[in-house]
Structures are given as C-alpha cells and as structure tokens.
Design a protein around this ligand. Structure first.
Ligand code: SAH
Ligand code: SF4
Length: 404
C-alpha cells in the first residue's frame, strides 16, 4: 500500500470524476453490470473484493475477466485515499494519516490502539473526516482555522476506514470503533455521511456494529432531528463546550443560529427516541469555559438527562491565545457535574488525540499565516471572549455556509 510523504506545493489537479466503488450502494453496481448484459453475480464479486481488506486496485479483482476489469477501472476507482502519509506518535499507539484526495484536498484520519486492559479487550478506534476543512470555524480547532474546503464524497469517507482496516488486517487485527471526529462537521454533509455509515454498518459490506460508530456534531439541530427520525444507526456525540449562549456563540459560532437550549433539546429527543445515551464533549480552555459558573450552568442544563460528558483538555492550536485548563480545574468541573448527577469523564491523553489531532497536520501543511493575521485573530478572540464572559451575546454573523 503506498505510504508517501505528501508535499504541499503541487498544483491542484482536477478532481477524478470516477466514483469510488466503496461509496456505491449495491444497486448501482448491479445496474452497471446489467447494462453490459453481465450476470448479477459479477456485482457481488466486485463488492466482495472492495470489502475484503486486501484489494487496493481494480486490477487485483482477479475473479473478473480482464476486459471487464478494464471497463470497471475506466468507470470507477477502488481507492480514493491511496495517497497517504502516516505519522506515528504515542510510542506507536497513535497513527496519524494525512490523505491527499484526487483534487489535492488534504484530510486526516487518526488510528488509536488501546491495548487490552483488565476485562476489556483491545480496541482499535479510527477517527475520520467528513469534510476537507470546516465552515463552522470554532476558534480552538485547527480545522476551523483552515476554513471550508469541500464536502467529502461517500467513498472518500469510507476509504479512510478501509485504509486503516487494511493496515490492521496486515497484523491480524480488526478495527473495533469508528468516530466522526476528524475534520469537518458531519451533519453539514449528512447525505454522504449517512451513506458511509450504511456501508460501514452493513454486514455484507464493512460490517461494524452501529454501537461502534459515533457521529459528533457541533450542534446542527435540523441534522440531529433527521437522525432521530431515522432511528438508532449509531451513537450521537454533541460538542457542547459551554452551556451559556454568550460563550458558546464565540466557541461554536453556529450557536448564533441554533442556541444551546435548542441543541440540547434535539439531543434529548434523540436519546428518548433511540434509547441511546447522548455523549457531550467539552474542550476545556483555561480561564474561558472552565469556571465554576460554567460547570454549574452545564450541570443545570443536563441535570436528569440520559447523558454523559467527556471533558477534554484543549490541545494547543496555533493562532489562539488559549491553553488547556489545569488538571485540578477540570477535576473540580467534573465534581460539580457529578454533584448534579451528571456523569463526566476526563479524557487526558487519547481524548486529545481524538479531539484535536485531526486538522493539525493539514493546518501545518497549509503553512503559517502572516504574523499580522495571527495577531488580529488573537486580539479578536480576546475581545470576543471578554464580552462573552460578561454575559453579552455576540453580534457576529452566523458563519457563511452554515444554517440556511
Ligand atoms: N465538527 C464535529 C466533529 C469534528 S471535531 C464537532 O465539532 O463535533 C471533533 C471534536 O474535537 C469536537 O468535540 C471538537 O470540539 C474537538 N476539538 C477540536 N479542536 C480541539 C482542540 N484544540 N482541543 C481539544 N479538542 C478539540
Ligand atoms: Fe468544525 Fe468541529 Fe472544528 Fe468546530 S470543532 S471547527 S465544528 S471540525
């Protein structure tokens, strides 16, 4: 499998128009073969190859005659993220992947290995991207700083998973969990994300149990409602960060469109309809959203809910004036939630990898913005957060591309 150093300065090529095979529903492939007068079992042969965790090119599908292979190759791609650079950290327990897509867009996935412990079996969790960049623009997030690039195609989402599964399979291991916590806001690319989840969940395709798939959202209320109407295909995580609107307006700019009470209400309806607990994420930023007032506000907001809170110390990101909250402050925050009956877990290390590793490599490749730009951004954040901490709502607009 190609594992290449990716250089940043290549001219962006045109996007490859051929759809990725892993993004097709079963019917599309069957229709393609039927049009050519081929028997139905051909579609099955291709599908088996796509999902067998070994095949990386149409050329490798030896069950197909050569002429059909050539026709299939002209119409479809088998691997949309083949061009990948891997970087190991955490003593090999974390593998960060930077994938270059056909048009040069860069996206990240992160594979985390959790060795067996106590009664728990070993786990291998992959954090994947749903968009190149993100329009929401949370100021503490490396992806948010990049701005929006484009939506990923279904195959580009699924192929991040196939790529990791292939690497694991080479060592006789299996992927156990997939989380949509990489680059992008999954609920702003929901059709493709749902098609990807369908492929991952389908026992005849990737075959990963719904409970092992988590979709994280910054609070796109219509998207959460759409998921609720569909039933429980996976676990929902909501990036809360703050329970007070003025602060959340700054930390998650789409709060200006869907305020926190609406987000939590939609998440509650999801929990009630699916019987699944909602996970809330809060990135803990020193002196910003970690005060006792904030802890109490969050406790009041979630009291009595079927919910769990993950508290994640902020991973340092360039261009913000902020750093992680100290451990004892996060512990106090968790204790206040606990007193209100809201369970909370502090995710110190790997939580950071999940939450923040994605976006950082791509931001690095995008290059450093000019010092004046960084200074302006920092000054704006200091100003906005000072207003927010005084309880004043933001008069900044809703980010473009969010919430029509
Ligand atoms: N857009 C979605 C999913 C991708 S972000 C969302 O926001 O939920 C996944 C998680 O990483 C979110 O909870 C986000 O708040 C968190 N995150 C982003 N930047 C971070 C940072 N610098 N430190 C810690 N967590 C971060
Ligand atoms: Fe987008 Fe999520 Fe990053 Fe916010 S935290 S900018 S929603 S990827």
């Amino acid at each position: 499998m190609p594992v290449l150093p990716i250089v940043p300065d290549q001219a962006a090529p045109a996007r490859d128009p051929r759809p990725g095979l892993a993004g097709l529903g079963g019917g599309e492939l069957a229709a393609w073969f039927a049009e050519r007068g081929e028997p139905a079992y051909r579609a099955r042969q291709v599908s088996d190859a796509v999902w067998d965790r070994a095949t990386t090119a149409v050329e490798d599908i030896r069950t197909l005659p050569a002429a059909l292979r050539a026709a299939l190759d002209a119409a479809f791609r088998l691997d949309t993220v083949g061009d990948t650079e891997l970087r190991l950290s955490d003593g090999g327990l974390t593998e960060k992947g930077l994938h270059r897509l056909s048009d040069g867009a860069l996206v990240e996935s992160v594979l985390m290995h959790y060795p067996a412990r106590g009664g728990q079996r070993e786990r291998h969790t992959l954090c994947i991207s749903s968009q190149a960049g993100c329009a929401v623009g949370c100021p503490f997030c490396a992806t948010g700083e990049l701005g929006f690039g484009r939506d990923l195609e279904t195959a580009e989402i699924v192929d991040q998973v196939r790529h990791a599964a292939r690497r694991l399979a080479a060592d006789g291991r299996r992927l156990t969990n997939v989380v949509f916590m990489g680059m992008g806001e999954p609920l702003l690319n929901l059709d493709r994300v749902l098609a990807a989840v369908d492929a991952l969940n389908d026992p005849r395709r990737f075959g990963l149990g719904a409970r092992h798939i988590t979709v994280s959202t910054s609070g796109v209320v219509p998207g959460i409602r759409r998921l609720t109407a569909l039933g429980p295909p996976f676990t929902l995580a909501v990036s809360l960060h703050a329970a007070r609107d003025p602060l959340r307006d700054v930390l998650v700019p789409l709060n200006r469109r869907w305020p926190v009470a609406e987000v939590v209400e939609a998440a509650r309806e999801h929990a009630a309809a699916t019987g699944r607990r909602v996970t809330y994420e809060a990135t803990m930023i020193g002196g910003i959203n970690d005060t006792e007032t904030d802890a109490r506000a969050m406790a009041d907001l979630l009291r009595g809910d079927h919910a769990h809170v993950n508290l994640i110390p902020m991973n340092p990101v360039a261009h913000t004036p902020w750093t992680a909250s100290p451990d004892e402050v996060i512990e106090r925050f968790a204790a206040i939630l606990g007193e209100a009956g809201v369970t909370a877990t502090i995710r110190r290390n790997r939580g950071q990898e999940i939450g923040a590793a994605c976006g950082q490599l791509a931001a690095e490749r995008a290059g450093e913005p000019a010092p004046a730009v960084v200074a302006r951004r920092r000054a704006r954040l200091v100003d906005e957060s000072a207003h927010a901490l005084r309880g004043e709502r933001s008069d900044e607009p809703v980010p473009a591309g969010v919430g029509e």
